[in-house]
Design a protein around this ligand. Structure first.
Ligand SMILES: *Cc1c(COP(=O)(O)O)cnc(C)c1O
Length: 405
């Protein structure tokens, strides 16, 4: 599918909350008042210097921003091509980029006078970040999590409990992220008055894809300044892993109108695109509607949503933020799959060469860096979003490598 390129890629979404034919708000009529209230509140907040300065303060003193832009000298030498830089969002409080979004949204919840927080989570990373800001701001927090994930991700379930959150195990459907998100939306409809729904990625009905993108764009804004300071110019290539798409759009968005910056998003290719054990919605999916927006989805011939699977639980979302669907169709960004085995190799390479244990999600981005850097000139520059640390993945990796912890 192709779409016409606009004058600026940074303008969206339009008045309907759409990026081209993607996005929008496909929700039950009963949910519309919540959505409109949120829309109005965010439109005012993003222009309010007080809101923005409180967010900046928390980003700096609570999260530890700006995150460093790090020149990976040994990896660069090993690959023998372009200079590789990492945007180190794995150094953030709670260990990933998720906190950037959660801080923005908790301030929005406070501003709207909401008193109860709900969230969905898959691997539990967003659940932990949501529980963290809930504790910091004194909110009760209910996290919807698929029953299967509750079982698979028990350390994160315990973390959320330590932080004071309550977990609702969702047994509907396959008992994974998609079902947890459905339940959270259902809760929101029935508790309009007091409840704020803190969504975890740049998906869902408008205005979520826009506001999550804006809160995550701190990544790309910082990287843009940092690379100009260090190299005196913009990078040639940006690479980030894509689950729902929030860390990727956060890095990409500030560069979208820089024609000379090539942009690549990396999806989970799992065990390969032939079967159904992958999560490459953009490469192997088709447009459809899920969770309130139109976007590329993994679906079977009848339009039933397929589960998707990969080595990294954080990339297992059968959809993708609508802005990425549009960026794909317009040709501004390219999306490629990386297989489990390639991500696992890249994971080990980074441990040994740079002394950094990455999460399995950015290990997918790294595997693409490993493919591309050697094809590029030595004076070219790649920035990769190292959006999470690997502590959470050591059990998965030890199993894969056949090693006992
Ligand atoms: C949640 C998560 C992802 C996937 O989510 P996006 O919205 O696509 O960023 C990727 N990496 C890490 C470390 C995560 O925790």
């Amino acid at each position: 599918m192709t779409a016409q390129a606009p004058n600026s890629f940074k303008m969206g979404p339009d008045d309907q909350g759409q990026f081209g034919i993607y996005g929008g708000r496909f929700v039950a009529e009963t949910l519309m008042p919540n959505i409109l209230e949120l829309d109005a509140a965010y439109a005012a907040a993003k222009k309010d210097p007080e809101f923005l300065s409180e967010l900046e303060y928390l980003n700096k003193h609570y999260t530890g921003r700006p995150s460093p832009l790090y020149f990976a000298e040994r990896l660069t030498e090993h690959l023998g091509g372009a200079k590789v830089y990492f945007k180190r969002d794995e150094l953030n409080h709670t260990g990933s980029h998720k906190i950037n979004n959660c801080l923005g949204q908790i301030l929005l919840a406070k501003r709207m006078g909401k008193t109860r927080l709900i969230a969905e989570t898959g691997a539990g990373q967003h659940g932990v970040a949501a529980a963290t800001v809930a504790a910091r701001f004194g909110y009760p927090c209910l996290v919807y999590m698929g029953a299967k994930d509750v079982h698979r991700q028990s350390p994160n379930v315990f973390r959320m409990k330590l932080l004071g959150a309550e977990i609702e195990s969702v047994t509907a459907g396959a008992g994974t992220l998609k079902d947890a998100m459905n339940e959270a939306l259902r809760d929101w409809v029935t508790n309009v008055e007091d409840t704020y729904y803190l969504i975890g990625t740049a998906a869902g009905p408008h205005p979520y894809p826009e506001l999550v993108r804006d809160f995550q764009s701190v990544i790309g804004k910082e990287a843009r300044e940092q690379i100009q300071e260090m190299e005196g110019r913009l990078p040639d290539l940006l690479i980030a892993s894509v689950g729902g798409g929030s860390n990727a759009i956060g890095l990409f968005h500030p560069f979208l109108d820089d024609d000379n910056v090539q942009i690549v998003g990396v999806e989970a290719g799992g065990k390969g695109l032939q079967g159904d054990e992958h999560c490459a919605s953009l490469t192997a999916g088709r447009p459809g509607v899920l969770h309130g927006n139109r976007t590329y989805l993994l679906q079977d011939a009848e339009g039933q949503i397929e589960e998707g699977a990969s080595i990294s639980a954080g990339l297992d979302y059968p959809g993708i933020g609508p802005e990425h669907s549009w960026l794909k169709d317009t040709g501004r960004c390219e999306y490629v799959p990386i297989m489990d085995t390639e991500a696992l190799d890249a994971f080990q390479l980074l441990c040994r060469l740079e002394g950094i244990i990455p999460a399995l999600e950015p290990s997918h981005a790294l595997a693409e860096v490993v493919k591309r850097a050697p094809q590029m000139d030595k004076d070219q520059i790649i920035i990769m979003n190292l959006c999470g640390r690997g502590d959470k993945d050591v059990h998965t990796v030890s199993e894969q490598l056949g090693m006992e912890i």
